[in-house]
Design a protein around this ligand. Sequence first.
Ligand code: PHE
Length: 334
Amino acid sequence: MDNHKSYLKTLESNAIKSLETLQTLEEIENWRIEYLGRKGKLSQFFQSFKDIKNENKNELGTIANDLKISLEQYYKKKINSIQSSKLKINEIFDYSLPGKPNISGSIHPTIQMMNEICNAFSSLGFNIYEGPEIESEEYAFDKLNIPSNHPARDIWDTIWVENTQELESLLLRPHTSPMQIRIMEKYPPPIRVVVPGKCYRYEATDNTHEWHFHQIEGLVVDTNINFANMKSTLFEFARLIFGEQTKARFRCDFFPFVEPGAEMSVNIKDDEWLELMGAGMVHPKVLQNVNLDPEIYSGFAFGLGIERVAMIRFGINNIRDFYSNDFQFLRQFN
Ligand code: PHE
């Protein structure tokens, strides 16, 4: 009797141990045949039953039956676990699927252009500063020689900020020129700076106008600065950005904070010119507003639209593309 019992025990532990190591469905099927099959070890045990004494049959029968049931359960579990791990492996390692693209952002074309322009000016000896996007009326207009009754304010018709304290009128800056004043108030000449930044205007949009856009302000103040210095600096800038062959032209223009004033255009095709910037010699009144003596100091200033430069450089027809967040458009500048 004890012999039989220990035989069943060993059978059980051997069966379970060997089942654990099996990997393939084929191996498990062989295991099933070996232990649970028609001619398997358990069947053989039941066949040898007739030789067992009657009084032990009941107990041994129960043990053997329980063993059969439990081995069948082990077998089913094993099959399930093999099948589900196969499923997992298939899910993770389906080599036929295309890889997931690694989407990374890139620098916006406006900012790419801004960096390039800043680098060009920095190679010409300019420092780079930034200023506030919300400006006071005083800096945006008054100190730049644009009094409140001046019709020139109309071109900078802009977006005012509701000011609860009513101490001063604030606005989203319509140009970067207020930084001319802030720089001159803070630093003594010689001054050579460019100031990139965002600007806002209350403006109907079209292919070349946006209500928000970027400018780069330039300012040079020193003794003996003249119009020729301005022209040569800006020509050199145009060549750095658009290439050695670039032609540029200056024509008279009016801005209250410069005298004389000009606009500079570059030649984009045979007979096509695109206005890039306003420029001119710093107005004596502006120098006086920051306590610089116009008899001693002179300077030039310029303000150029960054998107305009980018439009020429990249061949973009519509300034609104820069702000459309259109992936098709933006990905071209990766
Ligand atoms: N601030 C002018 C504009 O926004 C451009 C400009 C800057 C003109 C400096 C002359 C000198 O149109």
